[in-house]
Each structure stands twice: as structure tokens, then as C-alpha cells.
Design a protein around this ligand. Structure first.
Ligand code: TYM
Length: 339
């Protein structure tokens, strides 16, 4: 099984990235050949400072390693080190209907939030599809917010296969029925956990680097305390029952405590008698119980520049082998292969 995913180095790693992505990376790296990369080309749609991008790219490599992604097994690399990502994105762009991208929520949301509406931001799902299809991924561990992007990747694989593979039938992508041919590009499936949902930020909206509502995993203690203590609540008094839908504290606690503790929390909300600050303090404790070791490990890795660079270079070397094999088939099909 081929597993592919990525995180943008456009800010520091937060709880949404952990529960939506990294936690699953750690789990699935044992289940097949995983390729996890740092999506620096994607981050160019928001980051306009070269040095900052370099630093955040290095920072994300530290995050991956601190969380225990194992470079001996898993391929860890930087997107821009494998040029085939942008080449495949162009081929896909030529079969991508405008309407498909116009329906993408993420572009509209980002523009409403004030991001510059560049062609790059609009075409972002095409590059993401290329990232996945280039490695013929079977599984893509992502958070629920990426669902539509995954559907677009599947759609584009189908469009490409239909355009270039004689006998390809979109209802039989592997070509198992008599007379049908398999596609050149594999249709990927998302990988979600049972009952997974989007992780809310401190204001209750989706936790996102661009919304200033994140709880960063590797921030200084003072900042983490401030962020958790500032989580949105209502003005109900200590003795009043708490409506768990009002404050994101409870959705965040649910991610970090055991089911039996969560049942106790639910009960205490129902009967009242505990103020929001009690729950916030518990969240703070849970945060450190979960992340103390990785925070420590990341600190230790910080000085190991040579090692980290080496991991990324070797990862890129291995990723290129997969990429060039797919591209050979693609260039042959579209007519750009060297004769
Ligand atoms: P990015 O960098 O925004 O987020 C990285 C991963 O974290 C997940 N995530 C969340 N999950 C749940 N709740 C949240 N609040 C939350 N915030 C972020 C995302 O779902 C993602 O899995 N386009 C992608 C990066 C990308 C990619 C790819 C992913 C580029 N190429 C190829 C998979 C395959 C993105 O912007 O993720």
C-alpha cells in the first residue's frame, strides 16, 4: 500500500495538524510505504518571505522527526526537491474543468479571509492532486477539511485516464472487467479515523494557521497557557450547567482525555458546579501529558542541522524514483516523452 500526505510550512504545527494528520501518519507508516513531505510550493500561496519559508520548512522537518516518523522506513522530503510535482500539475491542469475548481470551498474561504486571490491559490487543488497522483497513492491521511481536495484528486485522475487511456472506464478504474483497461493514474482514498471531525480553534471556528486561533504544539509555555485560557466560553456562572456546544474546550478535551473521563466531564457539565477555568486547567494538563516527550525530543533535534538536511536529501532521492516511473508513463501517453 502506498500512503502519501503533506503539511504546508506556512505556520507552526498546531493541534488540528496533529489530530487531522500527524497522529495518523505515525500509525499508518507501519502499514505500507509512506511518503510524507513538506508542501513548500503550496505555502508560496501565502508566505512571501524566502528566509521565513526556509526556516519553517526546516521547522516542519523537526516536527516530523520529533513525532517519530522514521526516515529509515518512511520517505520524508521537501516538495520542491521533486520537480515532477509541478510538471504533473500542468498536465492535470489541461484536463481540469474550470467549474471543478470554481466549486472548491477552500479558495472561496481563503479569499473571504483576505488572502490574495492569485492564480496559484485558485489552482492549488491541481497541485495537490499532482502531489498524490505522482506517487500512485492508495491512501491519503488528511483531516476532514481536505475532503473536497481529495475528491478533486480522484476526479482529475479519472479525467486524465479517460482522456489518455483507450478502454478506460471510470466505473472500473482498475480495469478488472473484460475489455477494460486500467488507468495510468491510481484513484486515491482518504484515510479518516472513526467519528473524526474538524478540530476547532480557540474561537470555535476551524483551527487554522490563517485564522489566529491555533494552539501550537511547540510554542513556549506562556503562549500555550495564554491560548488555552483565552478559549471562547459564555458568561454562565460556576454553579450553572454548561452547554458543551458553546465552548470548543469540550471538543478539545475529548481529543485528549480517556472516554471514561469524558463521560465524567459530560456529567459535570449537566449538573453544573464547575467553572470554565476548571476545564481549561485540565486541558492544559492534558496538553503536556500528551506532548511533553515530543516537545523535549524536538528541542534535542534542533541543533542537528546536518542530520535533518541529510534525511530530506535522501528522502527526495527516493521520492524521485517513484515520481520518474509515473512520469515516464504519463509523458508517453501525452506525447512529451523523448524519442
Ligand atoms: P494544511 O497544511 O492546511 O494541514 C495539514 C494537515 O492538517 C490537517 N488539518 C486539520 N485537521 C483537522 N482539523 C483542523 N482544524 C485541521 N487543520 C489542518 C489537514 O487536513 C491536513 O491533513 N493542502 C494540504 C497540504 C497538502 C497535501 C498534499 C495533503 C499539499 N499536498 C497532498 C495531502 C496530500 C493543506 O493545506 O494542509
Amino acid at each position: 500500500m502506498r500512503i502519501v500526505s503533506a503539511i504546508q510550512p506556512s505556520g507552526r504545527l498546531h493541534l488540528g495538524n496533529y489530530f487531522g494528520a500527524l497522529q495518523k501518519y505515525i500509525k499508518v507508516q507501519e502499514e505500507g510505504q509512506a511518503l510524507f513531505f513538506i508542501a513548500d510550493l503550496h505555502a508560496l500561496t501565502t508566505v512571501r518571505n524566502g528566509q521565513q519559508l526556509q526556516e519553517m520548512t526546516y521547522g516542519l522537518a523537526l516536527d516530523y522527526l520529533a513525532f517519530g516518523l522514521d526516515p529509515k522506513k518512511t520517505i520524508l522530503f521537501r516538495q520542491s526537491d521533486v520537480l515532477e510535482h509541478t510538471e504533473l500539475a500542468w498536465y492535470l491542469a489541461t484536463v481540469a474543468p474550470m467549474g471543478l475548481l470554481e466549486r472548491a470551498h477552500s479558495y472561496k474561504d481563503k479569499v473571504i479571509r483576505g488572502l490574495f486571490p492569485s492564480v496559484g491559490l485558485f489552482a492549488y487543488p491541481i497541485l495537490m492532486a499532482a502531489d498524490i497522483l505522482l506517487y500512485r497513492a492508495d491512501r491519503v491521511p488528511v483531516g476532514k477539511d481536505q475532503m473536497q481536495h481529495l475528491e478533486i484528486a480522484r476526479d482529475l485522475a479519472n479525467k486524465f485516464n479517460t482522456a489518455y487511456v483507450l478502454g478506460y472506464d471510470a466505473s472500473d478504474p482498475e480495469g478488472t472487467k473484460e475489455g477494460n483497461a486500467p488507468g495510468i493514474l491510481t484513484l486515491p482514498s482518504p484515510f479518516f479515523m472513526k467519528d473524526e471531525s474538524i478540530v476547532p480553534g480557540t474561537d470555535g471556528a476551524k483551527m487554522s494557521k490563517s485564522y489566529n486561533n491555533v494552539i501550537e504544539i511547540f510554542a513556549d509555555e506562556a503562549i500555550i497557557t495564554k491560548k488555552i485560557m483565552s478559549i471562547k466560553t459564555d458568561s454562565s456562572s460556576v454553579i450553572e450547567p454548561k452547554d458543551m456546544r458553546v465552548s470548543p474546550i469540550f471538543a478539545l478535551l475529548q481529543l485528549l482525555v480517556t472516554p471514561s473521563e469524558m463521560a465524567d466531564i459530560e456529567e459535570s457539565c449537566r449538573i453544573g458546579g464547575k467553572g470554565y477555568s476548571t476545564y481549561k486547567h485540565r486541558l492544559l494538563e492534558c496538553f503536556y501529558e500528551t506532548f511533553r516527550t515530543v516537545r523535549q525530543r524536538r528541542k534535542e533535534l534542533e541543533g542537528e542541522k546536518g542530520y535533518v538536511k541529510n534525511v530530506l536529501n535522501q528522502g527526495a532521492e527516493r521520492a524521485r524514483q517513484y515520481a520518474s516511473s509515473t512520469m515516464e508513463d504519463i509523458r508517453k501517453a501525452v506525447g512529451t516523452a523523448r524519442k
